[in-house]
Write a protein that binds this ligand. Structure first.
Ligand code: F6R
Length: 368
């Protein structure tokens, strides 16, 4: 049941702290990150020299987030690719390539076919999946299950946050196998992840504010989303949610690209959602984004700013300021995605659409 909520998606948004806690439980033991099924020998994991993350839709965005963490922790090149594109070019794969296939349902045909292609080329395949015994994990060499629980809303919410956490566990497992992180460092990163359910709980405190904002923005023609670093995939995810639920034109941009084209779209009253990095963690990027927002605001757009609590520098440029708790840079997507999910759902609801069953979409896409 919807647990007193108007729609399942809101219930599932509120279940995110639990989805994260359940997905992390049991994965750090004896001072090591442990996956679920690992049919890849430790030596082979050590020899990995390249990582591909392949997925579709929101799962793809979780991979874009993971790239920042895995490259940083493992000093390995990471390519993130839409599963539907991967197989139809000629990706360079061999025994030392790790392909991480991320899929909530584990049945997405594009991702499954990409997995099959990768295995034919002798790459090692690790599945991150929310559905026990689904086809993708069955055909993979290693599996890490997310435990977000069943997702009823067609638009992914809690499964997406769990995918980010799981991808990070994969990154830590690789770092520990390769020795690019000491055991105590892996332990510290895991402890930070374990603190995230509480941070997401705090991020949920903005739900009422964001719902009210969503109702006010429902008549807009389009909404733009901007972010940088890990905030960039968050912007893409915010835009995807809005397209699929509210049938509105929405686009996510890397904020640094603004001057290379998208700024031409900025006009009077256009809502522009900006995902800010932390002023402490990424001061340089923060300053650049503040400058972007001031330019956007000067052109008459309506700025909606997602920022770390206590970030006073953005206040003068924010027509609406939504605060999220302070967490380390790599973990920010886990908190800053939350208001974007609520915003999309509430714009859709105000426009009179079925938030849980958007038109033309299926929960699991088993055709190519
Ligand atoms: C977006 C959404 C879709 C899925 C995509 C992949 O809200 O739900 O974009 O993320 O179809 O699905 P899975 O993860 O089942 O492979």
């Amino acid at each position: 049941e919807k647990g007193g909520h108007e729609y399942f998606m809101l219930k599932e948004i509120e279940e995110q702290p639990e989805a994260l806690a359940n997905s992390l439980r049991g994965h750090f033991s004896g001072g090591r990150v442990v996956l679920d099924e690992q049919r890849i020998a430790d030596q082979d994991l050590r020899d990995i020299d390249k990582v591909f993350v392949i997925a579709c839709g929101s799962a793809y965005h979780s991979g874009l987030v993971a790239k920042y963490a895995i490259e940083h922790w493992c000093r390995l090149p990471v390519e993130v690719e839409l599963a539907s594109e991967f197989r139809y070019r000629d990706p360079v794969l061999d025994r030392d390539t790790l392909v991480v296939a991320v899929s909530q349902s584990g049945e997405t045909m594009d991702t499954l076919e990409a997995v099959r292609h990768a295995r034919e080329q002798k790459a090692r395949v690790l599945a991150v999946c929310n559905t026990n015994g689904a086809q993708i994990p069955r055909e993979s060499d290693a599996v890490l299950y997310t435990h977000a629980g069943p997702e009823i809303g067609v638009a992914s919410t809690k499964a997406f946050l769990a995918q980010i956490a799981a991808n990070y566990l994969v990154g830590l497992a690789l770092a520990q196998a390769r020795g690019t992180k000491f055991p105590d460092e892996v332990g510290r990163e895991f402890a930070e992840l374990e603190a995230m359910p509480k941070a997401v709980e705090q991020a949920l405190e903005s739900v009422d504010q964001v719902r009210e904002l969503g109702a006010r923005l429902a008549e807009s023609k389009a909404v733009l989303f901007l972010g940088r670093h890990v905030g960039y995939p968050v912007a893409l995810e915010g835009a995807l949610k809005l397209k699929e639920l509210a049938y509105m034109h929405a686009e996510g941009f890397a904020a640094g690209e603004l001057k290379h084209g998208p700024i031409a779209l900025i006009e009077q009253d256009l809502p522009v959602v900006v995902v800010m990095p932390s002023p402490r963690g990424r001061a340089v990027l923060h300053a650049k984004l503040v400058s972007n927002i001031s330019e956007i605001q000067a052109r008459g757009a309506r700025t909606v700013v997602i920022a770390e609590e206590g970030d006073e520098t953005v206040r003068p440029f924010a027509d609406e300021l939504i605060e999220v708790p302070a967490v380390s840079t790599l973990l920010q997507p886990l908190v800053s995605t939350v208001p974007l999910q609520v915003l999309a759902a509430e714009i859709a609801r105000t426009r009179g659409f079925d938030v849980d069953k958007p038109r033309n979409l299926a929960k699991s896409v088993t055709v190519e």
